[in-house]
Design a protein around this ligand. Structure first.
Ligand SMILES: Nc1ncnc2c1ncn2[C@@H]1O[C@H](COP(=O)(O)OP(=O)(O)OP(=O)(O)O)[C@@H](O)[C@H]1O
Ligand SMILES: [Mg+2]
Length: 294
């Protein structure tokens, strides 16, 4: 039964896509509970940046041209005339075995792709109730197939973003990447309010677990980090969630990691000297979901 985790912050550019990629990259590659995990990453940001980072821009364009995107299947399900085969909408970044290496290869990672135009028309014609129904359907179709399902959400979600809300409804767990500075701390209450709304719309009996905040572009010795740590702690205490001890440092290397024009075969190629930072953070988050590194 899959653990589903949405990566959300109402603020743009804080590392939602980066964290979605890092989590799915590591968990599809390393051994956990003595086996490789089956991982799906779902792009619920109409911009499709996570899918681009995993599959490359050419493959994503082909998928969009062939109408094999998430908004397409959601529309098809709404107007259902015949049985819908969700597996046709899932694409795999396959492990590359072309060269010898002792390092950990990037593993098989499944991806579902988004696209802006259909997502927008979906937003316009669908009700919140439909979004919820479609989220339940998708979750039922996928849960048995995976260990982890990650949902990359856009910033600035509101009641009108019915497409992205399907992704938000589909997840049982939420992680908020944020940066330890004034602008980000100020934006957090908007994000937490929106998560409260999502919980209300989902209904009491639905899964809802705010795991915590991941500090991105964070330097523990920087003045800003020290100045805003207390504010962040207040938010975490108020929401009864944690601030993950392991942080992502600010570095161009971690920005390059999501650049699809670069060819990566192993985790070390992609993460270089930041391999350990990312690995420790991924393991810290998944330990909260009952998965331990073997
Ligand atoms: N730790 C880091 N160090 C340096 N650059 C980073 C780091 N994390 C993310 N970035 C860069 O910051 C930019 C924003 O990151 P990202 O796209 O992951 O944010 P986002 O929250 O998904 O944005 P959006 O709201 O537009 O979807 C990207 O160019 C990314 O490569
Ligand atoms: Mg993003």
């Amino acid at each position: 039964m899959a653990k589903s985790i949405a990566i959300y912050n109402n603020k743009g550019g804080v590392g939602k896509t980066t964290l979605s990629l890092f989590l799915s990259d590591f968990l599809s590659s390393i051994t956990i509970n003595k086996k490789k995990s089956k991982v799906l990453v779902m792009d619920f940001d109409p911009q499709a940046s996570c899918a681009n980072a995993v599959l490359g821009i050419e493959k994503v364009s082909e998928i969009i041209n062939n109408s094999l995107t998430i908004p397409y299947i959601l529309n098809a399900k709404l107007n259902q005339k015949k049985e819908i085969d969700i597996s046709r909408f899932i694409f795999t970044r396959e492990e590359n075995n072309s060269t010898e290496t002792k390092k950990t290869r990037l593993g098989n990672l499944d991806v579902m792709v988004s696209e802006p135009n259909l997502a927008l028309s979906f937003d316009e014609k669908v009700s919140l109730k439909d979004s919820l129904k479609l989220a339940r359907w998708m979750s039922n179709e996928l849960a048995a197939e995976y260990d982890f399902i990650f949902v990359d959400l856009p910033g600035s979600i509101s009641k009108v973003n019915k497409f992205s809300l399907v992704g938000a409804f589909l997840a049982d767990n939420y992680v908020i990447p944020t940066e330890p500075n004034r602008l980000n701390v100020n934006a957090l209450s908007g994000t937490l309010n929106m998560l409260d709304n999502i919980r209300t719309w989902k209904g009491r009996s639905s899964g809802y677990n705010l795991l915590g905040f991941v500090l991105n572009k964070a330097d523990k010795r920087a003045k800003q980090f020290i100045a805003h740590k207390d504010d962040l702690n207040q938010f975490a205490k108020h929401k009864n969630c944690k601030i993950y001890k392991n942080v992502l440092p600010p570095t161009p290397k971690l920005s390059d990691a999501s650049d699809d024009s670069m060819q990566f075969i192993t985790l070390s190629d992609r993460y270089d000297s930041y391999y350990d930072n990312v690995r420790k953070l991924v393991i810290e988050i998944t330990a909260d979901l009952g998965f331990t590194k073997s």
